[in-house]
Design a protein around this ligand. Structure first.
Ligand code: SF4
Length: 328
């Protein structure tokens, strides 16, 4: 095992990714990969996907679309293996062991669960959904992950992982590290209507959008409602187009602010400038994407190779677990 710190990060396969995924997670993954000094493992959480949607008919297709977006964003599968949770059976084995180490009361107190039940109007939840963070703990600890890049909404899950690692080690002897969360620096971008960016809300700029798509979508972005025409002073701090400038056009941020506040800059021009900068940002993604687009077999190969590498570590960890528990 290399001395490098192990980083485990993952996403549920929801299909094509958008700029919100970039700012909320992927940017951090790529930066950590390029920093060197870490071993990065990227998990497609396909079992987690069925905790809220039992329809599995598009999971495979969505997994491939997501891998393509990861590669386009700069994930290097040679350096950072990508793999599906469902293809490494040790995830479910470790999940089972961990499920004995945590009480249902502790899981019911999980604030993320409470928020999701409320926001998604889930009604009665399944046994598997309650155990979502336990499977996540298995995902991380199977690779003895020490760093978990997450958004603030996932912090409570990392805490549960730390508790489970501590409890296992106390009961059976030291096997697992207690992983630390690494918070993403830029909060998720809002969608073009100001709500949370989401493909299903039709308010997202996708990483795979063409330059024309980006321009067309940006035209529809909501702005300061009090700035009706060029000449009206605007309030950049309440305008989501300005949020896009801050992220993708930081060199001109102050100039845009002054132009907006004085009224010299009109919203149409301002939006087109943001679209241009976003397109410049996405151009390298488009270039990398060309290598794999239309070649699902290349994506399948990348997954297969990532899964072989992940499986050998997972087997070793389960052997450590069995030895510590004196079973098998
Ligand atoms: S000029 Fe730009 S920042 Fe100001 S309100 Fe219009 S779109 Fe928003």
């Amino acid at each position: 095992m290399p001395n490098k710190k192990i980083i485990l990060s993952g996403m549920r396969p929801t299909g094509k990714l958008h700029l919100g995924h970039w700012t909320g997670a992927l940017e951090n993954w790529v930066a950590l990969q390029n920093e060197g000094g870490y071993s990065n493992y990227h998990l497609i959480a396909d079992y987690h996907a069925i905790t809220t949607d039992l329809d599995t008919s598009r999971i495979h297709e969505h997994s491939l679309e997501m891998v393509l977006d990861w590669l386009a964003a700069g994930i290097d599968p040679e350096h950072s293996p990508v793999f599906r949770q469902s293809q490494i059976k040790e995830h479910t084995e470790l999940h089972l062991v961990f499920s004995m180490l945590i009480t249902t009361a502790r899981l019911e107190r999980n604030p993320t669960l409470k928020e999701q039940v409320r926001d998604l109007e889930l009604g009665p939840i399944s046994y598997g959904y309650l155990g979502y963070p336990v499977l996540q703990a298995a995902d991380i600890l199977l690779y003895k992950g020490e760093i978990v890049p997450v958004g603030e909404d996932q912090l409570s899950h990392v805490e549960i992982t730390r508790e489970i690692a501590r409890d296992f080690n106390r009961q059976y002897g030291q096997v697992f590290p207690e992983p630390a969360a690494r918070l993403t620096q830029f909060a998720r971008l809002p969608g073009l209507d100001g709500k949370k960016m989401s493909k299903s809300l039709n308010n997202a700029i996708l990483l795979s959008d063409s330059p024309d798509d980006v321009k067309k979508k940006m035209k529809k972005a909501v702005t300061d409602p009090l700035k009706i025409r060029k000449g009206d002073p605007g309030r950049p701090d309440i305008c989501l187009v300005f949020t896009y400038h801050k992220k993708f056009n930081s060199a001109e941020e102050q100039e845009i602010r002054r132009g907006c506040e004085s009224g010299e800059l009109g919203c149409v021009d301002c939006k087109m400038r943001a679209a241009e900068r976003i397109n410049t940002f996405l151009d390298p993604f488009r270039e990398r994407r060309k290598k794999y687009e239309g070649h699902p077999e290349r994506l399948e190969e990348i997954l297969k190779s990532g899964e072989e590498r992940a499986r050998s570590i997972a087997r070793q960890t389960m052997s450590d677990v069995h030895k510590a528990m004196k079973i098998g």
